[in-house]
Design a protein around this ligand. Structure first.
Ligand code: SF4
Length: 175
């Protein structure tokens, strides 16, 4: 069984790719089932974009969001003030290529990350304050037609995948 493939943030699958060398593994029956079905493709856009582990924490500067950064407006900056936008944009572009090559329609991305956050990102002040907005890769995937969930929305994502699989089956039956 395979069905619709799912892109998942590598750190949620236990890969130690976060800026501080840690991971944020998620344990959930839905994830176990997707793995058993061979649906899971795990990737980290920041390391794909050329950033190292560990690396300085970075946030999208105030007044901009991931969509802006993807379209080369505004900056992603480290706490020390270095502009690391090019790595975030390169990683997002590579992830978009990957989802197109694999016909991926659904992603589970780590909440609140400047790359992966699907609903919230940090304010750009490095004070652990959140604001509405998407990270760079989440915005790029949304623009590419991929439905982006976070690790707290796995049941919702499973319902969405079931709908996609049902649509696919009924198209095959009528073909
Ligand atoms: S960029 Fe995404 S996948 Fe990579 S460590 Fe950050 S949250 Fe995880």
């Amino acid at each position: 069984m395979s069905g619709t493939k799912v892109l998942i943030s590598a750190c949620l699958m236990g890969e130690r790719v976060r800026y501080d060398g840690s991971s944020r593994p998620v344990f959930h029956a839905v994830l176990d089932q997707w793995q058993a079905d061979g649906r899971v493709i795990a990737q980290c856009p920041e390391t794909l974009g050329g950033l190292l582990v560990p690396r300085p924490a970075a946030e999208i500067e105030a007044g901009f969001d991931g969509k802006d950064i993807y379209h080369e407006q505004g900056k992603v900056i480290t706490k020390q003030g270095h502009n690391v936008s090019q790595y975030f944009v390169r990683g997002a572009r590579r992830i978009v290529e990957l989802v197109k090559e694999n016909n991926i329609k659904v992603a589970i991305l780590k909440a609140n990350s400047p790359s992966c956050g699907n609903e919230k990102i940090y304010t750009g002040t490095f004070e652990r304050q959140l604001r509405d907005g998407q990270g760079v890769t989440a915005a790029a995937l949304t623009e590419a037609g991929v439905k982006v969930f976070n690790e707290h929305q796995l049941d919702e994502a499973q319902r969405y995948i079931q709908q996609l699989d049902d649509q696919c089956e009924s198209q095959l039956e009528t073909a």
